[in-house]
Design a protein around this ligand. Structure first.
Ligand SMILES: [Zn+2]
Length: 434
């Protein structure tokens, strides 16, 4: 417990400083502070120094009681008393308020946390702290880069997920620019983001890791259509590759879309319009059968009755649903049996899109079936991460600088933030009264 003389300094809570005076104006607090260092000695000759002058320095701090705070640090200027010494005067310094800083170090750390953990924009945080964009961004770099570079962050990964993500959307000057995200699937943590989406980009990233780290990867989930598979095969030969369930299911529904568009075009001679029966059910066709309400079923069947005259869409829809249902298999054996009857269904359908899909899945059979021997490993966490990535991109209004983008993503999706655990409120006598 603190006595009353120290109360103001306890409120201030700034290491090595005491609070001298407070004034409130226009909803802001101005707090005058000084260091506890009432004596100093010359750095050059060691002779005790004499107080020469006081010089105020203004800096913003964390809000107090909801009010923005400006600290006025009344700095001591010291003078060496030794006539023969070359040092004349110097101003005191502190680790918690750096020279020429606009923010205290604790405010800079909090600015970094708000941008990183909370995912707020740099501009938002700058406005809240009453400083410029550059001040906050440099705090994010200063406190964020060591967190991201910490080798412990990427230690002990056993299951790797790889997926592409858009970095910059297409505009008049360039196509969409992609990046590759690498995820720890068990810890659900973003390990890194690298520019590009080729197998080569992934190979280079994996090669840059520690050999022990590489040996620890037992399984890897992938979207097979980006050259990631060959990169994993050569860079992590011991890892079991698993075709990502999410992408597989999406391929099935993409085939339904393709067939619907073709049938539509063939039967009406034009692309889908609002009053076309097939166009009207395009969204219902993409849903899992078990999620369809009675009303949705009625619409689906009526739409197919009216527009799917030779049942090509119906057959593809059944195939997409069956492909999805294979993932509910209890064992690899059961999945394999279902997969082979699915191949037969696709071949018998006579629908070209469906045959093409079956050929694709067939070429990935072992990666497809590996799902059932690796505890249902999927890129689900990677997909969840992609949602977070989209959120950060919205907040950042489209990043131009890849390093900033990477830092912001890793701070939001790849770092454990050690935040102070507060004590529960109820059922306790106040410490002051004890
Ligand atoms: Zn001196």
């Amino acid at each position: 417990m603190q006595d009353n003389g120290n109360a103001a300094t306890v409120m201030l809570g700034l290491d090595g400083f005491v609070l001298l005076a407070v004034s409130g104006e226009d909803g802001e607090l101005e707090q005058a502070i000084e260091t506890m260092a009432a004596t100093d000695a010359c750095r050059s000759c060691g002779v005790p120094a004499r107080l020469h002058d006081r010089r105020p320095s203004w800096v913003r701090d964390l809000p107090s009681g909801g009010r923005p705070v400006i600290l006025v640090w009344v700095k001591r200027v010291w003078r060496c008393m030794e006539a023969l010494c070359s040092a004349s005067t110097w101003t005191e310094t502190s680790e918690v308020i750096r020279p020429r800083a606009c923010l205290t170090e604790r405010a800079r750390a909090e600015a970094c946390r708000r941008v990183g953990q909370d995912g707020h924009s740099v501009a938002q945080v700058a406005a809240a702290f009453g400083v410029g964009w550059g001040t906050v961004m440099s705090a994010v770099r200063h406190y964020g880069e060591p967190l991201v570079a910490d080798p412990a962050r990427t230690e002990g990964v056993a299951a790797l997920g790889v997926d592409e993500t858009a970095f910059l959307a297409a505009n008049a000057a360039h196509h969409t620019i992609f990046a590759t995200g690498v995820v720890d699937l068990w810890a659900r943590r973003l390990l890194d983001v690298v520019p590009g989406r080729s197998g080569e980009v992934l190979s280079q990233w994996i090669s840059a890791q520690d050999p022990d780290w590489r040996d620890g990867i037992a399984v890897a989930a992938l979207d097979p259509f980006r050259g990631y598979a060959s990169a994993l095969r050569t860079s992590l030969p011991q890892a079991i590759r698993v075709l990502d369930a999410f992408h597989v299911v999406r391929l099935g529904f993409a085939a339904v879309d393709d067939v619907r568009r073709r049938v539509q075009q063939e039967s009406t001679g034009h692309r889908g319009r609002r009053d076309d029966p097939l166009y009207a059910i395009r969204r219902v066709l993409r849903r899992g059968a078990e999620h369809l309400s009675e009303h949705a079923w009625t619409r689906l069947l009526a739409g197919l009755d009216a527009g799917d005259l030779d049942q090509q869409i119906g057959l593809t829809w059944i195939a997409a649903q069956d492909l999805r249902r294979i993932y509910a298999s209890a064992s690899r054996g059961e999945a394999e049996a279902r997969l082979y009857s699915w191949f037969v269904h696709c071949a018998d359908s006579g629908v070209p899109e469906l045959r093409r899909l079956a050929t694709t899945i067939d070429s990935w059979t072992s990666e497809f079936l590996a799902y059932f021997t690796t505890g249902g490993l999927s890129n689900g966490p990677t997909e969840a991460m992609n949602l977070l990535i989209k959120k950060i991109k919205r907040v950042g209004h489209g990043f131009r600088n890849f390093e900033n983008y990477r830092l912001r993503l890793l701070l939001h999706c790849g770092v454990d933030w050690q935040t102070h655990q507060t004590t529960p409120l109820p059922a306790r006598l106040p410490r002051l009264a004890a």
